[in-house]
Write a protein that binds this ligand. Structure first.
Ligand SMILES: [Zn+2]
Length: 156
């Protein structure tokens, strides 16, 4: 764990709505749309090339499970997934993170407009003065709601 890393802190402080030994799903404190979450490895890993075989084999299922929870919680019709690797690609938080953004018809003026928003998202997450951020209470409420859906789903 890297104590200077916002994602390590989130992964280790019960901020996840879904978690196993290797991955955590956390709601984005500055969502570009309702239903924008992040999937991160529990270990502080900067590059996807540092994911080990065990983590790689679990990643797909964890992404699907997280996406299903978000689709249900936000009545989604579709979703976008993305990853930025290295600063040249827009990675500002040096802990691997996959964005999952839940989509609905006409949620943005054009369906492709999500990408510029996601590519600026790291900077917004690092800037605690940003007014687009959710309050701690709002974030906690959404996380609890998503965790409940995750629990309900795992019982079936
Ligand atoms: Zn980290």
């Amino acid at each position: 764990m890297n104590t200077d890393c916002p994602f390590c802190l989130n992964a280790n402080n019960n901020k996840a709505f879904l978690k196993n030994d290797h991955f955590a799903a956390i709601y984005n404190i500055a969502p570009i749309l309702p239903g924008h979450a992040l999937v991160i490895p529990i270990r502080h890993i900067e590059s996807v090339f540092n994911l080990n075989d065990k983590e790689l084999s679990e990643l797909g299922d964890f992404m699907k499970q997280t996406t299903r929870i978000l689709l249900k919680a936000f009545n989604g019709e579709g979703f976008d997934w993305s990853l930025q690797e290295a600063e040249s690609a827009g990675q500002s938080i040096h802990h691997v993170h996959f964005h999952i953004v839940i989509r609905k018809t006409n949620d943005l003026e054009s369906s492709g407009k999500w990408y510029p928003l996601v590519s600026q998202n790291d900077q917004i997450l690092l800037d605690s003065t940003q007014r687009t951020r959710l309050s701690k209470e709002e974030l906690l409420k959404i996380t609890e709601y998503l965790a409940k859906i995750a629990m309900d789903g795992s019982e079936k």
